[in-house]
Design a protein around this ligand. Structure first.
Ligand SMILES: Cc1cc2nc3c(=O)[nH]c(=O)nc-3n(C[C@H](O)[C@H](O)[C@H](O)COP(=O)(O)OP(=O)(O)OC[C@H]3O[C@@H](n4cnc5c(N)ncnc54)[C@H](O)[C@@H]3O)c2cc1C
Length: 503
């Protein structure tokens, strides 16, 4: 499993075209053909460690890359060595004697860091298992998605990083196998991966969400649940103001009964036009979990409502005709949103993985978010719509819901979270509107965090104040994982330095 160099030093642009690395030397870590996962990992750890030493000797910073999806430029670093991990993507079953006593091996899978969420999902489902949450797309690598706290809108769950039970991290000092204090994998297994066992809750909580600053993540042990089916309901409904109070209070059943089925929903998402949000129909999506059965009629991704791209296609139009913004957004929402399956349509079912989409590149995408305490939702929503009505900007506003996520730097840090996403065409006007939303929340004294992977204008002072004691714990964990400051600086970039994560 060699690390191979890809061409000469040059430019590299990330997948969605939001950032470019200048003078980057690109390398790829590729899977080998070892029969056992632990042997693959031992070889990868050796290779990556040597590669890091070579980068250091060459006086270059390094940047490990997943699928390169992040639009925040968190994956961008110039004059450095990039390590593409996408082809380091094998997944392995875990046997009963690979784990510590009391650990359910059948629920775990060993995943090489570059495996896509889609690939992990497929492998699990083939074994009768499933992820319990993920982002709306599945074209990210598992390690990259976890590195930034990716999430969806499963109302009773946290982020994708919550699936992680153990992590192999390589730095120039060697490979460390980081687990919670109680331990997960057997000593023999860990030794065979060429790593030193580090069983420590504080380090694990930092490593679950490393933001690319804690070394090269080479492997993960991912936990799963028995596979299940979801029944989607997707419709356009004019949402009543009072319904936002139900969402704020976590009365998802009541919301569902009013707009879809009178059942507890597992997933609730609302995409709304911030111009006259209560007069124009919102796009609602609900998922209802059902027990697995082999004979469910297979549906296409489109029938399951996976993916919605028309918003970005209409981006330029929105920017060119600002006076028609409200109407155009509504038109875009209608075009981009599959009609149904609504309540009266014949039900369709799919597994968790079937309802996700890998996405085409979204050129000229603007995408930002704030995560707030769900209790503040109704008030914050009014404030946000007020900002758009006064100052313009062409984004739709998406409301998603989740519980507190794991990882010290998880943006979903409230007990119950509402995540408000702003997606639309990239333009100065749209960026300014988001900046005004943030100003407004600050002026109102509303606590909120921002997504690591989106264009959220974060800086070091803000990261420190948003995460407080958890930020200090994360920094202390980083310094224990990578005690040598020169090794920590190897993972520096302008973006991560700006966030105060790589000092
Ligand atoms: C179309 C689209 C839809 C999205 N939908 C959602 C959504 O529904 N919910 C949500 O929360 N987010 C969403 N996102 C954000 C997305 O999930 C994150 O950007 C995610 O980090 C991308 O994963 P990646 O593999 O592309 O990582 P990259 O962008 O390649 O990297 C992200 C960070 O992780 C680091 N990293 C990656 N791999 C490793 C490794 N092996 N070792 C160490 N560090 C590593 C990188 O250095 C970088 O700092 C979306 C983004 C797009 C573009």
């Amino acid at each position: 499993m060699p690390i191979v160099q890809l061409g000469r030093e040059g430019r590299w642009t990330n997948y969605h075209g939001t950032g470019t690395c200048e003078a980057a030397t690109r390398f790829a870590l590729r899977s080998g053909d070892a029969e056992r996962g632990r042997d693959e990992l031992a070889a990868a750890a050796r290779e990556v460690r040597e590669w890091l030493a070579a980068a250091q000797a060459a006086g270059r910073h390094v940047r490990p890359l997943g699928a390169g999806w992040s639009p925040s430029n968190i994956n961008i670093a110039s004059h450095c060595w990039l390590l593409h991990t996408r082809r380091f993507n094998r997944c392995f079953r875990i046997a009963g004697d690979d784990v510590r006593p009391g650990v359910d091996a059948a629920s775990l899978m060993l995943v090489e860091a570059g495996a896509l969420v889609d690939e992990v999902s497929d492998k699990l489902e083939a074994q009768g298992r499933s992820l319990w949450t993920s982002g709306a797309g599945n074209g990210q690598t598992f390690a990259g998605a976890a590195a930034t706290g990716t999430h969806g809108s499963m109302v009773a769950h946290g982020g994708i990083q919550d699936h992680i039970r153990a992590i192999q991290i390589v730095t120039p000092a060697g490979a460390q196998w980081v687990e919670p204090t109680a331990g997960v994998m057997s000593d023999d297994f860990i030794a065979a991966t060429g790593s030193q066992a580090v069983r420590d809750d504080a380090l694990f909580a930092a490593a679950q969400l490393p933001v690319g600053a804690l070394g090269v993540v080479t492997a993960l042990v991912v936990s799963s649940v028995p596979r299940f089916l979801v029944r989607p309901i997707q419709n356009l409904r004019r949402v009543d103001r009072r319904a936002l109070n139900w969402l704020s209070a976590g009365e998802f059943r009541r919301f569902s009964a009013a707009y879809a089925l009178d059942r507890d929903p597992d997933f609730v998402q609302m995409i709304v036009n911030p111009y006259k949000p209560f007069k124009r129909p919102a796009m609602l999506r609900f998922l209802y979990r059902e027990p697995w059965r082999d004979d469910y009629p297979r549906a296409t991704p489109g029938e399951l409502g996976a993916g919605y791209d028309a918003l970005s296609l209409l981006g330029r139009l929105l920017d060119d005709y600002p006076w028609a913004r409200g109407w155009l957004l509504q038109f875009a929402m209608k075009l981009g949103y599959a009609g149904g399956p609504d309540v009266q349509d014949p039900p369709v079912y799919g597994s968790w993985g079937e309802g996700l989409d890998t996405h085409r590149p979204l050129a000229d995408l603007f995408n930002a978010s704030v995560t707030i305490d769900r209790a503040d939702l109704a008030y914050v929503f009014e404030q946000i719509c007020g900002v758009y009505a006064r100052h313009g900007g062409s984004t739709v506003v998406t409301l998603r819901f989740m519980e507190r996520a794991q990882g010290l730097l998880a943006p979903a840090r409230f007990a119950h979270n509402a995540v408000i996403d702003f997606d639309g065409p990239r333009s100065q006007r749209t960026a300014d509107a988001y900046a005004r939303v943030v100003e407004r929340l600050d002026a109102e004294g509303i606590a909120f965090t921002r997504h690591w992977a989106k264009s959220c204008n974060l800086d070091a002072a803000r990261v420190e104040s948003d995460y407080g004691e958890d930020f200090r714990r994360w920094c202390a964990a980083r310094d224990r994982l990578i005690p040598d400051p020169a090794h920590r600086r190897l993972f520096a970039s302008d973006v991560l330095d700006g966030l105060g994560l790589t000092c």
